[in-house]
Design a protein around this ligand. Structure first.
Ligand code: HGY
Ligand code: MN
Ligand code: MN
Length: 393
């Protein structure tokens, strides 16, 4: 809802209109473009991704999954293709959760799982999500009505950069996502005792930042124990810190993920228990606020098969690569509404992401666009006589 965010939404809507879509911006800031089918009673295939970013981000995380479908639909329309189902492209307004520490705001509204309590979350300047939406001429009370009717949907396909090195290492342009790792996030506030840096002896200190340092090393040590388990402290701060004052307070974020929820939750429990022991030994207090809990999300097998078949047809590769996603995606929310599938596109620069060095090649995007168009044209229609005309995956 910053001016840049709103300008981006307006531009995406313009591009959707240019591509021949009906386009509007909804009550949570999602940009929604529809290519309606002429077929009576046609259902809808959803696609899209997010247009918000992390701070100092790359250029493709999220936006590729909005722009590519817009171009694909434009090309199909120009080629005179008429699909027996509608296509809805959604630019989700907030997947990263940077401003209000609440990931998936846009996709949870579409999925009908938006938590109204998030409207009271405040940003670093103390502005609530509710006030930010109202200031942008949105009506927060209209958010529940954004939930889609699952009975009208055929599924969801998200195109996204891999944000990792697997496709690059194996020299593959495209891949099929098998599952998306689950994630838990917490904010940890440590209260110790501020004091004069020059006069308090070391054995009498209750240094909040030193306690945080031990917790960070605990996260690293515990999460290194299990392949596929990852733990990150991405935010760390001493409020109003000064060079000559012992930190009386320190805040850190916890982000713990794994392919299995049980592995993730066991690690989270060990880390929280270990943090409590560190705090007790150091005479500091902890306040732990849960921020997010998203289960590991398997991608629908039939959509995986269809994506793999499209990759095979456009790249000529005999066997598509199926791989898990360590990164979270809007598909995790949409999975509560309808079947989801994801098409991954190779990243360059070692697969780096959430960083300005994020990159991909035009050739790979060309292949991804062709695969996306093939997927749409080969997609079967439930209970329709003309399915015979469509090849199996
Ligand atoms: O955090 C993630 O995995 C995603 O980029 N939101
Ligand atoms: Mn991201
Ligand atoms: Mn993303």
């Amino acid at each position: 809802m910053t001016p840049v965010h709103r300008a981006t939404a307006a531009l995406l809507r313009e591009w959707m209109l240019e591509a021949g879509l009906d386009a509007h911006i909804d009550a949570i800031g999602n940009v929604v473009g529809r290519w309606r089918s002429a077929r009576p009673g046609a259902k809808t295939l959803l696609t899209g991704s997010h247009y918000d970013t992390v701070i100092d981000a790359g250029r493709y995380d999220g936006r590729l999954g909005i722009l590519l479908p817009i171009v694909a639909v434009q090309q199909l329309r120009l080629a005179g293709v008429a699909l027996p189902f509608s296509v809805e492209i959604i630019g989700f307004s907030d997947e990263e959760g940077v401003r209000f520490q609440t990931a998936f705001l846009g996709s949870s509204a579409v999925a009908g799982s938006f938590d109204a309590a998030h409207l009271d979350r405040r940003d670093a300047a103390g502005i609530s999500l509710r006030d930010a939406l109202i200031a942008a001429n949105h009506d927060p009370d209209a958010i529940p009505a954004l939930a889609r009717d699952a009975a009208q949907l055929l599924g969801y396909l998200e195109v996204h950069i891999e944000q990792g090195p697997v496709l690059l290492t194996e020299d593959r342009a495209l891949g099929v996502v098998s599952a998306i790792n689950g994630c838990v996030r917490h904010r940890v506030a440590i209260s110790g005792e501020a004091g004069h840096a020059g006069t308090v002896p070391m054995d009498l200190r209750h240094d909040a930042a030193a306690a945080a340092a031990e917790i960070i090393l605990l996260v690293e040590q515990r999460c290194a124990q299990v392949p596929g388990l990852v733990g990150t402290v991405g935010q760390l701060g001493v409020p109003n810190g000064a060079v000559n004052v012992i930190p009386g307070a320190c805040e850190l974020s916890l982000d713990i993920r794994a392919p299995s929820d049980a592995v993730r939750d066991a690690a989270a429990a060990d880390i929280l228990a270990g943090s409590a022991r560190i705090a007790a030994r150091r005479g500091v207090a902890l306040r732990i606020d849960p921020l997010l809990k998203v289960p590991a999300t398997p991608c629908a097998l039939n959509l995986q098969a269809r994506i793999a078949a499209s990759i095979g047809r456009v790249t000529g590769s005999a066997e598509a690569r199926h791989l898990p996603s360590g990164a979270g995606h809007d598909a995790m929310q949409i999975a509560g509404l309808t079947e989801v599938g994801m098409l991954f596109v190779r990243c360059g620069h070692g697969g780096i992401s959430h960083h300005p060095a994020e990159t991909l090649s035009a050739e790979d995007v060309e292949l991804a666009t062709a695969a996306f168009m093939d997927f749409l044209q080969q997609f079967p229609i439930p209970d329709a006589a003309d399915n015979q005309a469509r090849s199996d995956p």
